[in-house]
Unconditional design. Structure first.
Ligand SMILES: Cc1cc2nc3c(=O)[nH]c(=O)nc-3n(C[C@H](O)[C@H](O)[C@H](O)COP(=O)(O)O)c2cc1C
Length: 306
């Protein structure tokens, strides 16, 4: 890495670099650990985890789109108890860095209970509260689109944990800064944005929606400018660290997201096209920093604002 310092901090937690595989595109690390040493990563965000095990939505639940993809996985996961019992010990073997625990829920109480159970899991240094999943009908989506509901989840989680809580916001709102402010006022330590944009496709032959769930979440390169704009707006609206996410697929994109205001950056759909991508982005980042004339990558955060 030479002369460039890639370390960043998120609400007091230091990461060795700003590159983080996004929730739902990296499982609990097992499959990717077979491909490369995960310790090159700044952190990783595990799959959205709920109280009960979930099979998710019926297939088809993935569709290709120009410059991206739709998914309607529906929070498939083994449930928080199984994750703590089986995945956490395995993660400790394959990765010694910061784990971001992505927490799903269908009620305020469920979010709080899941977070309480993670309190003693030392490696989960940050809780990322998904109030933005577009694919579960009674779930996160309803909390993330209403400032009062978003604040309610934030407060409940705040009450049960000392770990930094990052609320993960949905772009499917008319003013994301309103939700961001509500979370900040309710005690969030940071924000993660964006989750996927609600979309759909229709199969011309069958004249039916391609996804069994009818709608799904759009992500990948096509959403990058939308995500960047929202990170920009939220950076201006609240004084909280931001994890920027949406359409990132190169070290240049990471730099751009940081210039808009992100302190660290998550990479989702791009992992599914190239499973080595996060590693390649970490390796390319020092050179991008040199070209931009910065000795510390953290200097980029918000630098595009006057
Ligand atoms: C297949 C898939 C599954 C996802 N599952 C989750 C999830 O469980 N929890 C969550 O907060 N976000 C989930 N997301 C959203 C991503 O973490 C990310 O916010 C979004 O895809 C935008 O980033 P990208 O364009 O880099 O993919 C999922 C995305 C994809 C593509």
């Amino acid at each position: 890495m030479g002369d460039v310092n890639l370390s960043v901090t998120l609400a007091g937690v230091t990461l060795k670099n700003p590159v983080i595989p996004a929730s739902g595109t990296f499982g609990y690390g097992r499959e990717f650990a077979a491909l490369y040493d995960l310790n090159i990563l700044g952190a990783f965000a595990w799959k959205g985890t709920t109280a009960q095990p979930r099979d998710g939505n019926p297939p088809p639940r993935i569709a290709e789109t120009p410059g991206g993809m739709l998914n309607a996985i529906g929070l498939q996961n083994p449930g928080i108890d199984a994750v703590i019992r089986e995945e956490v010990p395995n993660i400790a073997r394959i990765f010694q860095g910061v784990v971001i625990a992505n927490v799903g829920g269908f009620s305020v109480e469920e979010y709080a209970e899941n977070c309480r159970k993670l309190e003693d899991v030392e490696q989960c240094r940050i809780l990322e509260i998904n109030i933005s999943c577009p694919n579960v009908h009674a779930g996160g989506r309803n909390f993330g689109t209403d400032p009062k509901a978003a604040a309610g989840v934030t407060k409940a989680v705040r009450g049960v944990t000392r770990k930094p809580i990052f609320m993960k916001l949905t772009p499917n709102v008319s003013d994301i800064t309103e939700i961001a402010r509500a979370c900040a006022d309710a005690g969030a330590d940071g924000l993660c944005l964006i989750n996927t944009l609600l979309g759909m496709r229709i199969d011309l032959k069958t004249r039916r929606p391609v996804l069994a769930n009818r709608t799904g979440g759009l992500s990948g390169g096509a959403v990058f400018p939308v995500a960047l704009r929202m990170v920009w707006d939220v950076y201006e609206a609240v004084r909280l660290p931001i994890i920027g996410c949406g359409g990132v697929s190169s070290a240049e994109d990471v730099a751009e997201m940081m210039l808009a205001g992100a302190s660290a950056v998550e990479i989702g759909a791009a992992n599914l096209r190239n499973p080595y991508l996060c590693k390649e982005v970490v390796e390319a980042l020092p050179d991008v920093c040199r070209r931009l004339g910065v000795a510390n990558v953290a200097e980029l955060t918000g630098a595009a604002h006057n």
